[in-house]
Ligand binder design. Structure first.
Ligand SMILES: C[S@@+](CC[C@H](N)C(=O)[O-])C[C@H]1O[C@@H](n2cnc3c(N)ncnc32)[C@H](O)[C@@H]1O
Ligand code: SF4
Length: 377
């Protein structure tokens, strides 16, 4: 089984914190759709396994595409590959794009999972972040999606927003779980260079939340998710069993995927490919019959580090026997040494012959993962 990722690089406005590649020139959408279909054709041999188990429309703002464009892209996938009957087909959406007509149309075209970017239920936070929706629209979007028959809905929230109080974060969590959703992605705010938030931070106009406050918000997230029977299956992701994101899980379990569109990444066990992060250059290169981008052939060391980074982020962890067979003795011994070190601190555990980060370790997971990486000296 393989995955297809479409990067839809368009947004009506730029949110103040976001550095994902996007253009606000919406007049390019039509040409982009033609180009991305062509790219799929040009790269039809990238995936060894042509059976597609997941399709993911990510952004940018995929909900800016018309129903016909989404339909066209799904049709193009099925004309080149074979889409499995139970395939998970996700569309990332901004709340204010989700009209009842749009929802009913995309449902008919095969979208069966929505990932709605709500970020916060505080109108003050939303204004600060430069979002184009308010809290009422966010709640309404989820309700309309449910009315249209979507029963696999994920919501994105951000915590650690400047000025966000613990009470506000608690309110956001309670509100989101009252919406009867099936999946939650909750990210700590990151300040990326070249964003308005980063510039304001540099000028002292906004301030980062204290580390201790961040940890308290993370703890509350884990606690309230648990109370609602959501399993913390990946550092930023929570869902009841059966609703884990199949597409994102495939990134974490080394399943091959083809990423289409500007700035999209692809992976097929042997190579990693990055498309150019520029929609004009992307369209121009496709029109000339090639795809502007870069690729690297993955070394054994790269593949091991990928396995560690992705595996230790999840509740399934890593498998030492697999490491021995796939990567060899040196990597295996390195992992065993690290595991012994962290088990003694209670931050890592062994379970069913696998090794994973514990609830205690999750708060310092970046540090643990970095120690497990194998650095070629
Ligand atoms: C790239 S966006 C695409 C979804 C859609 N355009 C939206 O904004 O609702 C995917 C998610 O990444 C998260 N995100 C983007 N920038 C972030 C940042 N600087 N820190 C934390 N989370 C971020 C947000 O939660 C967002 O919903
Ligand atoms: S958060 Fe979403 S809508 Fe905002 S700029 Fe990023 S991709 Fe666009």
């Amino acid at each position: 089984m393989s995955g297809i990722y479409f990067h839809i690089p368009f947004c009506k406005v730029r949110c103040n914190y976001c550095d994902f590649y996007k253009s606000t020139n919406l007049t390019l959408i039509k040409m982009y759709v033609t180009a991305v279909k062509e790219e799929m054709w040009l790269r039809r041999d990238y995936l060894e396994d042509k059976k597609i188990g997941t399709i993911y429309f990510g952004g940018g703002t995929p909900s800016l595409l018309s129903f016909n464009e989404i339909d066209e892209l799904i049709g193009a996938v099925s004309s080149i590959f074979s889409i499995q009957s139970q395939a998970e087909i996700t569309l990332e959406a901004n709340p204010d794009d989700l009209s009842p007509e749009f929802l009913q149309s995309i449902k008919r075209s095969g979208i069966n999972r929505l990932s709605i970017g709500i970020q916060s239920f505080s109108d003050f936070d939303l204004l600060l972040m430069g979002r184009r929706h308010n809290s009422f629209q966010a709640i309404n979007a989820v309700r309309e999606a449910q009315k249209a028959g979507f029963h696999n809905i994920s919501v994105d929230l951000i915590y650690g927003i400047p000025g966000m109080t613990f009470q506000q974060w608690q309110f956001n969590l309670k509100t989101v779980f009252n919406l009867d959703i099936q999946h939650l992605s909750a990210y700590h705010l990151t300040y990326h260079e070249n964003t308005s938030f980063y510039n304001k931070l540099q000028k002292g106009i906004i301030h980062e939340v204290e580390e201790e406050e961040s940890l308290i918000q993370f703890e509350e997230l884990i606690k309230i998710a648990e109370e609602n029977h959501f399993i913390h299956y990946e550092i930023s992701n929570f869902a009841p069993d059966g609703f884990y994101s199949k597409h994102n899980s495939s990134y974490w379990t080394q399943t091959e995927y083809l990423g289409l569109g500007p700035s999209a990444h692809s992976y097929n066990h042997k190579t990693r490919y990055w498309n150019v992060s520029n929609v004009d250059k992307y369209i121009e290169s496709i029109n000339q019959g090639n795809i502007s981008g870069e690729y690297e052939v993955l070394s054994l060391n790269d593949r091991f580090n990928d396995y560690i980074i992705t595996g230790l982020r999840t509740i399934w962890g890593i498998d030492p026997d697999f490491i021995l067979n796939e990567f060899g003795k040196d990597f295996y011994h390195h992992v065993e040494t690290m595991t012994e070190k962290f088990i003694s601190t209670g931050k890592v555990k062994r379970e069913n012959d696998r090794v994973m980060i514990t609830k205690k370790g999750i708060f310092v997971s970046d540090q643990i993962i970095s120690d497990y990486l194998y650095l070629n000296k």
